[in-house]
Each structure stands twice: as C-alpha cells, then as structure tokens.
Design a protein around this ligand. Structure first.
Ligand code: F6P
Length: 360
C-alpha cells in the first residue's frame, strides 16, 4: 500500500455540474481504499495563497451527501492569473511562489486540480516551477479540452440546453415565432451542435462554421412556405456578426464577456423574414443544477483514476475519457490539442443529414 500520503484537491475555473462527484470519488478512493488524508482546498489557488492556507480535511462523512449537488463545495474562481495578480496600485505581482509554499505548508504529497484548459495550464506551470506532484482532471461545459472525448459538466449543460429547446418549441409554435436560443461554449460550438440536434433545432450556428444571414433566413422562409409557422435557432455565444465581430460586453471589473449574438440575429431575422422573434439566453443555467447520471459517472471514474495515478506516482498526467474508458495522458499533450467541433465530423454530418441549416 506504500506510505500514507496527504493529498490536496482543488476546483478551478468556472464551476459546472459534477465537480462535487469528483471530490467525493477522490475522497472515497484516497481515504477508503488507500487510507490517505485528503485536504480540500478552498477557492482554487486562492486557498493555497492564503495564510494560513484555506483548506478542510475531507472524510467519507463530509462527502456523504454531495454526489448530486451542483457547483463545488470547495468554491472556485475563473478570474485572475496567479502569475500576474493585480495590486491596488495598478501593478501586478507574481503569486506562484505563494501557491508552492501553500502546498508545502499543508504538507501535501500530491495535488489534484480539476479545471478547464486555461486553469489547468496555470496549475501545471506552477507545479513544474515548484516541482509539485500534480495530476489533472478535465471539467468544462465547453468540452474543448484536448484528447478527452468528454469533460465533466458538458453532458449536464447539453441536457439543460436540450430541455430548454423542448420547452421553447411549444411556445414558438403557439405564437408563430422564431425563437433564438443563445448557448455558452466559449470558442467551441459543442453545446450548440449537440443540444441543437437533440432538441430538434431548425438552424444551428457555431463558431467553427461561417454563416450568412441569407442562408439562415432562406431556411426560415422555406419553413414558412411549407406551413411551419415557427422556427428554433440555436446560436453559440462566440458566433460572430456577419461582418466578423465577436459580440461582447464588459463587466464592472473591465473583464470582457461573450454575449449578445442572439439579439443581433433576432433583429436581422425579423427584418428579413417578417417573423416575430424572441431571444432566450441560457447563460449560467447551463452550469448549475443537479449533475446528469453521465457526468456523475465520468466524474466518479476520473476521481478514482486520478488517485490511482498518485498511488503509482504518475504525475503531470491528466485523466481522459476515451472509448468508454479512462486513459491517462501527459497534461501537455491534452492542452496542446484544442478541441473544437470538427466541421467534417459526425455531428455536423448528422445535422446536415437532418436538414438542419448550419448557415453555410
Ligand atoms: O468556460 C465556461 C463558461 O461557462 C463559458 O461557456 C462562458 O463563456 C464563461 O464560462 C462564462 O464565464 P463567467 O462565469 O465568468 O461569466
């Protein structure tokens, strides 16, 4: 069984459904199987930078009721880069050494980081700098982390978006409207194409496929001519305007956020088809709520496998989901392959085969 280890676990980047299922699985495997100690670190790297470090010892009782809970009981952040922390006087400070020191202050033998490509890249950089034993687990509703077929949170987000499309069909038909549904996904259209197919959309626009408004409006007019009085359009948040601009807004911290392409399309579709349009921005509903069974399952498999990687001292690796199995790969390999929707792949082919307009 080897030495008794003390391992840390943190959640980083935006939250999603399934994070607590990972925390639970890691605790079960580490405490239950290996008799190790697990420290749950609060608010991603912020917990390691705090003095004293902010963390809680996790046991089977503490994780007993978190499997079905959305969000993360450890908290997280998707703001700021610890290598360039903004200071009140406008300068930036490198906090990476504080993270490394926090790891040692907690007496950790290894750290499991659950994140998307951005936060995992930062964690890996810190781990390499400090020679920390680091293992990664991919999570993101965007499903854009390389190599892994699935990241935790994606399935739940697709379920939520699909359910929204199911609901919107009825109200669209009742009012003879074109419903535009804006979904998240950052630069990848995975949520849009998956939910769009599953939810029977008429038009799906994703950042990976350029579109013209003419093509979109032609599809809606065709439906009108065939006696279909309504249409449902799904658009991914990073789809650009026809002239190539990303639609964004700035929050009060000056951070640029994607959002608004749905309204842009609604105005233009209404003008060119004469239809009444309405926009639904699903936003953070896609990240919240009870994790789907598939997300719980993958989260559980990833949690167990990540602890086993530590037991085998196989560091700087990430667990991935490939052909119904957990396969570990070097983190650098996964982060080196951004996973966008393949314009020649099965889902695009399926959508076209169903007569769904992709705008091209
Ligand atoms: O990366 C996950 C994600 O939900 C994206 O799909 C979205 O663009 C972004 O995070 C929203 O971030 P925030 O929670 O900061 O608004």
């Amino acid at each position: 069984m080897g030495e008794r280890k003390r391992i840390g676990i943190l959640t980083s980047g935006g939250d999603c459904a399934g994070l607590n299922a990972v925390i639970r699985a890691v605790t079960h495997r580490a405490v239950g199987t290996y008799d190790w100690e697990v420290m749950g670190i609060y608010r991603a790297t912020q917990g390691l930078m705090s003095r004293p470090p902010q963390a809680v010892s996790l046991d089977l009782e503490k994780v007993g009721d978190i499997l079905t809970k959305g969000g993360t009981v450890l908290g997280t952040t998707n703001k700021g880069n610890p290598f360039a922390l903004p200071m009140p006087d406008g300068t930036v400070r490198d906090g990476s050494q504080d993270i490394i020191e926090g790891y040692h202050l907690l007496g950790l033998d290894a750290l499991i980081g659950i994140g998307g490509d951005g936060s995992l890249a930062i964690l890996r950089k810190v781990a390499l700098q400090g020679n920390l034993n680091f293992v990664a687990i991919p999570k993101t509703i965007d499903n854009d982390v390389g190599i892994t077929e699935r990241a935790i949170g994606f399935d739940t987000a697709v379920n939520i978006a699909t359910e929204a499309l199911d609901r919107l069909h009825f109200t669209a038909a009742s009012h003879d409207r074109v419903m535009i549904v804006e979904v998240m996904g950052r630069d990848a259209g995975h949520i849009a194409i998956s939910a769009g197919i599953a939810g029977g959309a008429d038009v799906i626009l994703i950042p990976e496929i350029p579109y013209t408004l003419d093509n979109v409006c032609r599809k809606i007019k065709e439906r009108q001519e065939q006696g279909h009085n309504f249409s449902v359009v799904v658009v991914s948040e990073a789809v650009c305007t026809e002239t190539g601009e990303t639609v964004t807004w700035s929050d009060r911290f000056g951070e640029c956020r994607l959002g608004g392409i749905g309204q842009y399309l609604a105005d233009r579709i209404s003008t060119c088809t004469g239809a009444e349009t309405r926009v639904t921005v699903l936003g953070h509903t896609q990240r919240g709520g009870i994790p789907s069974p598939l997300d719980r399952l993958i989260a559980s498999a990833f949690g167990v496998a990540a602890v086993d990687l530590i037991a085998n001292e196989k560091y700087d690796h990430m667990v991935t989901w490939q052909q119904r199995q957990v396969v570990d790969v070097p983190i650098s390999e996964a982060l080196g392959h951004y996973q966008a929707v393949d314009p020649n792949g099965t889902l695009v082919h399926t959508a076209k085969g169903l007569g769904i307009c992709l705008g091209d």
